[in-house]
Design a protein around this ligand. Structure first.
Ligand code: NDP
Length: 298
């Protein structure tokens, strides 16, 4: 089978591409920089810098859409926030155009989204049946998902992957947390009672493959471990695994200095992966301590 991956050079995308190749699938990767993508993904992947390069006669069985301007790594200016939205929604719109052009559209689109869809929810237990909120990240996810859902009309099965904090070696948001924890500076943000949905990178990839492979599955799926933790628990377990103290607390007032980006650390979302579990997906790393030990190698 042939799978088209956008955002293929990213943290999740590159791990996905490796797994697809390992199981014998062919991969077409969309990247804005073919040279970088070739270096990162190797010679077996077909790389395109624009979806217009894909001929109408091309056979693409599945699409995984992960491309988007990174949310971390700088203040959220109005211009950047617009790029967060545009990079995701426009790439998705270009995919819909491609599906319309293809003689035979793909069977399935697994589209990125995030737990940010649910907004700030305190201690409420949330699953895919819960609605969104009128907050920036929620609106971004709603627009991204709405664009993807247009593929429904073309007979494409659409799965929406509402991902939590992805934990894995060599990337994502764990890297800065790990560094500070190794130095014994693992910080709890604000009062630490915020619920932090998370998922091990192997389960993120496992769930994407599960959604590709099961023709009856569609709609939203929370890509989060069935055992969410509070931010304080996350940092405590990390400190224990690293055998380091965890003594720093970053007050909410200081965090807010990082501007609106502080929502990434302060928002509370107690999200459960109800639909993934009901669909028969078995998590390899439901427990945080085991997940972190595997990643850190202890
Ligand atoms: P990365 O930032 O590692 O990779 C994203 C990819 O998107 C890049 O490789 C890049 O590919 C492409 N990209 C970046 N900026 C733009 C842009 N302005 N326009 C078009 N393409 C762009 O992301 P992750 O792999 O960590 O995440 C994948 C998706 O999942 C993202 O949309 C992210 O928001 C979402 N997500 C991630 C979570 C996490 O914890 N990692 C949690 C929840 C959601 P190239 O340079 O080759 O074009």
């Amino acid at each position: 089978r042939t799978v088209l991956v956008t955002g293929a050079t990213g943290f999740i995308g590159s791990a996905l591409v490796a797994q697809l190749l390992a199981r014998g699938d062919s991969v077409v990767a969309l990247s804005r920089n073919a040279t970088k993508a070739r270096r990162k993904l190797g010679a077996r992947v077909q790389i395109v810098e624009s979806l217009a390069q894909i001929a109408p006669s091309a056979v693409i069985d599945a699409v995984v859409n992960l491309a988007g301007e990174p949310l971390a790594g700088g203040p959220w200016s109005a211009a950047r926030k617009q790029r967060f939205v545009d990079s995701r929604v426009q790439t998705t719109a270009q995919l819909i155009d491609l599906f319309e052009r293809l003689a035979s559209p793909p069977a399935v689109l697994v589209n990125g989204s995030a737990v940010g869809y649910y907004g700030e929810r305190g201690d409420d237990t949330l699953d895919e049946r819960d609605g969104p909120r009128d907050e920036f990240l929620s609106t971004l996810c709603q627009q991204w998902e709405a664009e993807a859902r247009r593929a429904d009309m073309l007979g494409v099965r659409v799965c929406l992957l509402r991902t939590g904090l992805v934990l894995g070696a060599g990337g994502g948001l764990l890297a800065p947390l790990l560094l500070s924890s190794r130095l014994g500076l693992g910080a709890v943000f604000a009062d630490g009672r915020q619920w932090q949905p998370w998922i091990h990178i192997d389960d993120e990839i496992g769930l994407i493959l599960h959604l590709i492979d099961h023709p009856t599955l569609s709609g939203p799926f929370n890509a989060t471990s069935p055992e969410p933790v509070t931010q304080r628990e996350l940092m405590d377990i990390l400190a224990t695994v690293l055998k380091r103290p965890r003594w720093l607390r970053v007050p909410a007032s200081l965090l807010k200095l990082s501007g609106e980006m502080s929502v990434l650390f302060m928002v509370s979302q107690r999200v459960l992966p109800t639909f993934a579990l009901e669909s028969g997906y078995v998590f390899r790393y439901p427990a945080l301590a085991t997940a972190l030990r595997q990643i850190i190698g202890r």
